[in-house]
Design a protein around this ligand. Structure first.
Ligand code: 4NP
Length: 159
């Protein structure tokens, strides 16, 4: 399964989601290809925000080698599952995609934790370190649900 995490800048939330899910997938034996991207292009080529890196490191998750990249239309073809970190990101993706058969691959990330609630992962960019800790915990809990949901499917598919 190919999974893409998308936020605005690809420096705060989606790098955490990519790194956390990668680590949990390795532990769970969940085979997936992971990447992340951003819709606003302001930080293309940059490493994740230093506070995202710091908070991840405190949980033994290393995201330091990631580089921000732009979300593209081709991502809709190249991934099986695309998680938007927030509603504005979802709208950006829909706008970029136009009419596309692939739009049903796009899901609000927190709907995996709280189905049907359509909640955003808060953007920590404008706040202090506390916000990054909150976002880490939220993303980590959601990744646990994703692993549970798809790892079960994968096991069933093998049997
Ligand atoms: P992210 O946070 O979408 O979680 O990476 C942001 C980072 C930068 C900006 C907005 C959100 N910005 O406008 O520069």
């Amino acid at each position: 399964m190919r999974i893409l995490m998308v936020c605005l800048g690809n420096i705060c939330r989606s790098p955490l989601a990519e790194g956390i899910l990668r680590q949990k997938a390795a532990v769970a034996g969940f085979q997936c290809t992971l990447d992340s991207a951003g819709t606003n292009g302001y930080h293309t080529g940059e490493a994740p925000h230093h506070l995202s890196q710091k908070v991840a490191r405190l949980h033994q998750v290393d995201i330091s080698s990631q580089k921000a990249r732009d979300f593209t239309k081709e991502d809709l073809e190249n991934f099986d599952l695309i998680y938007a970190m927030a509603g504005d990101v979802m709208k950006d993706i829909q706008q970029m995609a136009g009419p596309s058969e692939h739009l049903d691959k796009v899901t609000l990330f927190l709907d995996e934790l709280n189905p049907g609630m359509h909640q955003d992962v808060p953007d920590p960019w404008y706040g202090d370190e506390d916000g990054y800790h909150e976002v880490f915990d939220l993303i980590s809990n959601t990744c646990d649900q994703i692993i549970k949901k798809y790892n079960i499917h994968q096991t069933q598919a093998i049997q």
